[in-house]
Design a protein around this ligand. Sequence first.
Ligand code: ADP
Length: 429
Amino acid sequence: PPKVAVMTSGGDSAGMNAAVRSVVKMAIFRGCQAYVIREGWEGLVRGNEEEQGEQSAAGVEQVKHGSNAAAAAAVAAAAEASSSTGFVPTYGEGELLKEGVSEAEELGLKGRYIVRVGWDDVRGWLDQGGTLIGTARCAAFRQQDGRLRAAHNLIKHGIDALAVCGGDGSLTGADRLRAEWPELVEKLQASQLISEAQAKRYAHLKIVGLVGSIDNDLAGTDLTIGAPTALSRICEAVDSISSTAASHSRAFVIEVMGRHCGWLALMAGLATGADYCFIPEQPPKGKWEDELCEVLQKHRQVGKRKTIVIVAEGAIDRELNDIKADDIKVVLSDRLGLDTRVTTLGHTQRGGRPVAADRILATLQGVEAVNALLEAKPSTPSYVITIRENKITRAPLMEAVAQTQLVAKRISEKDFDGALALRDPEFDE
Ligand code: ADP
């Protein structure tokens, strides 16, 4: 049966576990063997220590049975039997991976980053925050040498279909691996790390992206996995702050995440009735200090007791100077005489328990990711799974990544209307 692997990479986001669970279960449902790659690209570059060539039962053994080879063989046989009917191999209650990476060493996963998993291994993952299989930033993968090792590890495990859940950086990496794949295979064969038969068998890498990002910053999709949860957490925090603000008639400047993307700031502003938002894509037209004071003063004049300003971490003015929460505080205190506090929400925004919307999005997209992998042909592009107008869809991975990078470029060129236009999923250059 085909072997499908799933990994999470880059910054964590709520719903990544739901995505992994969905890919694993759908892969098994469709008669594939499922693998997880722990610790993002880093895990793929490292592979498994002390590995002896091809293995099948060994993978099961790592996950479930430690050194109990007889039990592993029995489980592998059961898996083999059930995969012929295409459904539900059960490897016990999956208590091993459920504990997450911090427990990995005790669980006999030390030095093992590519792990065969069963249906039950991902049970209970739907409502867990962060990513239980770990994520990392990996410098080695930016070099061809690292990607060569990653390719070797995939081929060694017989994996030719990979679902990557991460942000635009991770997906850029995925796209590079895909584009470079024939060259990598050729190099591996030339250095006799793989056989000619393997080079033939794995001539084409199937890869699919799932967008895990709290910022909702990927072009071509209406929503990314983790953004709804982050937004909810921000709203809870702003609500709490609002009651204090109103009680004391204070002003609060709240900094939220989003380096090139103001979605969190803007939506939080809408959802909490904030007085003013700063987002990178659309800086104030005039001098921001004047515009801000004018608006806030009006709100005070009509009787508002509290002032809430939300600022994205990447907020800038039209000259590309940063607008920081502390700068805004100074303006509010000095020019409006408001008792002003700054709150930087920081990592509380990343999530914790995913809200229903993220669980659903990740689950539906995980299903589509496996379908896309199994349908992939050398002639079709690699896809990123998106949602547009409430429908789960596919977009060419390369184009979505390119368009996302274009947003940052437009901003850096002071073409703010151009940057905003790129946020439109229907936009086509
Ligand atoms: P995110 O996926 O959240 O945007 P990063 O930008 O940190 O996070 O990217 C995560 C990882 O993806 C990096 O540590 C690196 O291993 C890989 N990556 C990012 N950009 C590239 C690139 N241009 N080429 C190869 N790998 C990349």
